[in-house]
Write a protein that binds this ligand. Sequence first.
Ligand code: SF4
Length: 419
Amino acid sequence: MSCHRPEAASPAQHAASGLDHNPFARMQPRAPAPTPQALKNGARVKANDVLPQGVYLPNYNVLTPHMRSPEYVQMSTAAAITLGIMKGRMYRCECTRCLNLLLTYPEGCRANCAYCGLARHREAERDYADRNFIRVDWPAVPLDATIDIVARDGAASPFHRMCISMITHPRSDADAVTVLKKWTDRIDPGTIPVSILSNPTTMARADVKRLHELGADIFTVALDAATPGIFDRTRGKGVQSPHSWAKYWEILMDAREIFGPQKFGAHIIVGMGETEHDVLALVQKLVDLGGHSHMFCFFPERGSLMDHLPATPRDQWRRVQLARYLIDYRGVRVEQMSFDGEGRVTGFGIPQNELDDVIGAGIAFRTSGCPGKFREDVSACDRPYGDSPPSNIASFPFQPNRRDIGKIRRQLRVVERKN
Ligand code: SF4
């Protein structure tokens, strides 16, 4: 008979054999290059003014049509395949359970976040609707046609949740409301609940309240950065971007009051220069406030201001994933965990046999986000390969099997001991 007893090696031990985390000094974004005046604000698309005809699949060899929300929205490649408007198959995934509807305008997002493929500094290089975002293309689809398909499928829809993803644009607040109204007119939010991925920079408390009154279920704020310093460097003054940590927290606290416990959360990208302790202290703070954290593993998005930087090493990511799951769903507190001098997790605060069970169950390593219909700790938002290639999965968009768990244990540097 064999049993598995995980035994964590000290991070300091394997640090000696190579860098096992992304330190702050290394994760400096490039400065954005200036955009020629003639190419600013979607000028090329507006000048060509090509009439959109149905679904637009990103293709930078043809003229990008002039598409705008609320008539048009973009959706992930995974959502387009699931909806049946794009052909394709996904590695080990039948479908995605979350329909992300991203607002779209020729002017694009007016922010310049360093890790993001949609950022403004790409204006000269690529039209907004053609930009890659979380590693994939985002087809543009008429909103009404999208709603028709989901309404026709009714309770049999593969989607467990819809998420309106706002961007930094003067129309974004009003159009998020229109998309939500059009959706709830045809689709019962009890059948497919709606999340809002907000854009705090353009929002006031009244906007949060309106979205709640109109039937949105969960409100999230993409803090993305785990500390104010990283926030400023990657999405604020450091890259000529308009966001501020204080404004993001103001809207997050509004969402806490308006949406209530378990109905608000924050996105955090792991591996942009914070310590593991920094990110887990933030996870704990969110839990103490009554909310959740949704984690992303930093990946150098092609065309972004951080595309020259390393993806988060898998051992750093796995430690944070595991610790975050314990804090979010197992009642473990960050104060029970132990950390080394560089803030890396050295102990998870629970007995080894319990830790082994959690690792073995695999849920901690699945994509995190707003829940679907399977269980509270399994996210509808599975974002297939949004933060890694399929060859070295960071967030599992499916239940990891025994082989996957074996790989995760090796990445966590826990050894399987046979008795
Ligand atoms: S606000 Fe959001 S969409 Fe816009 S650049 Fe930043 S991360 Fe990207």
